[in-house]
Every structure is written in structure tokens, then in C-alpha cells.
Design a binder for this molecule. Structure first.
Ligand code: ZN
Ligand code: ZN
Length: 178
């Protein structure tokens, strides 16, 4: 996903590209395991403009995210989309200088070197931002039974009767307080 800045016309360049193969992104957790999120059917549409040496990239992306559900531990899918815009300036002078100018407030500001701009890191950053802190396979996921570990989405387990009793007990306590 590289653009040669010399190929950007005055009116801008409309680009659309996809990737069906899928991307695997994740963070290494402290216990050594890796929490992975998989993205497939990536579809990116963007407009690339150049004003003098400054390149503006704005667009939208969509993808299907596959992750492990935090409640039932089964895999689930979710469609994600994001709008993004980046301002990229040519990297002149000392690279060290440029890096110190980059602050947390300018996440959408960046630099490019030479004539080529690689969109891959920008897309990767946008996909990482779409990974939710808590992922559910569906909003009404029933999760696993804390007693027998059965997936309650598949079938209710026999411990379920105890659960109803607990609820009644709470209700009884509540009434008792009045
Ligand atoms: Zn679930
Ligand atoms: Zn159970």
C-alpha cells in the first residue's frame, strides 16, 4: 500500500484497496500470552491530497474483526469501521528533531521520507484502535456457568435452577429490610 507522492495530481488521488487475506494484530500480555484480534475483508477508501510538500490523507475503513468473547470464550465477529485523517510532512533535517516534535496531541501528524508513502502503518494503527477493551460475541451473550463451566448460549445447565433461587433470596432480603 505505497503511494508515490509524484503521482498525486492537484485534484487529489482517490484510492480504494482491500485485503481479504486478513491481519492478525495483538498486544503481548504480561503473562506471555498474546491477545490477538483478527481482521479480514479490509476495505479502505481514501483521498490523498498534496499541498506543496504536505500530504493529507483522509478516508474510511471497514473490516470484520474476529476475537474471543470475554464471557463465553467462543470466537465472535464484529464489523468495525473508522474514519481517519493524517497530515504527513516531508522528513527533512535531522530525524531526531522530527521525532521530538511529535507529541501525543498530534497522533494524526506524521512524516514521510523520500517519494514513497506507505499506508500500511496508518491502516494498522486504525485497526488497533478498533480493538475493544471488552469483546462480546453478542450483546446478550449469557457466558459460562460459574459452577459447571457450560456455555449457557448453547443450553441451560442444571445449575440454572440454583441461580433462580439466588435471585429469590435477594428479593427476600430486600423485602425483609422494609
Ligand atoms: Zn459470548
Ligand atoms: Zn452450570
Amino acid at each position: 500500500m505505497k503511494i508515490n507522492i509524484n503521482n498525486i495530481p492537484d485534484e487529489g488521488l482517490h484510492l480504494r484497496f482491500g485485503d481479504r487475506s486478513g491481519w492478525r494484530l495483538g498486544d503481548h500480555l504480561p503473562d506471555g500470552t498474546e491477545e490477538t484480534a483478527r481482521f479480514r475483508d479490509l476495505d479502505v477508501r481514501c483521498l490523498v491530497r498534496k499541498v506543496r510538500e504536505v500530504v493529507f490523507i483522509s478516508g474510511k475503513l471497514g473490516s470484520v474483526l474476529t476475537m474471543t468473547c470475554d464471557r463465553c470464550l467462543e470466537e465472535g465477529e464484529m464489523f468495525v469501521e473508522a474514519e481517519f485523517s493524517y497530515t504527513l510532512r516531508p522528513l527533512t533535517g535531522l530525524p531526531g528533531e522530527a521525532e521530538t516534535e511529535l507529541t501525543a496531541e498530534d497522533l494524526d501528524e506524521g512524516y514521510y521520507e523520500g517519494d514513497l508513502i506507505d499506508l500500511t502503518p496508518l491502516v494498522r494503527e486504525q485497526l488497533l484502535l478498533q480493538i475493544p477493551m471488552k469483546f462480546l460475541c453478542r450483546p446478550e451473550c449469557r457466558g459460562l456457568c460459574p459452577r459447571c463451566g457450560a456455555n449457557l448460549n448453547t443450553a441451560p445447565c442444571s445449575c440454572g435452577e440454583g441461580k433462580i433461587d439466588e435471585r429469590l433470596a435477594v428479593l427476600r432480603n430486600f423485602r425483609g429490610r422494609e
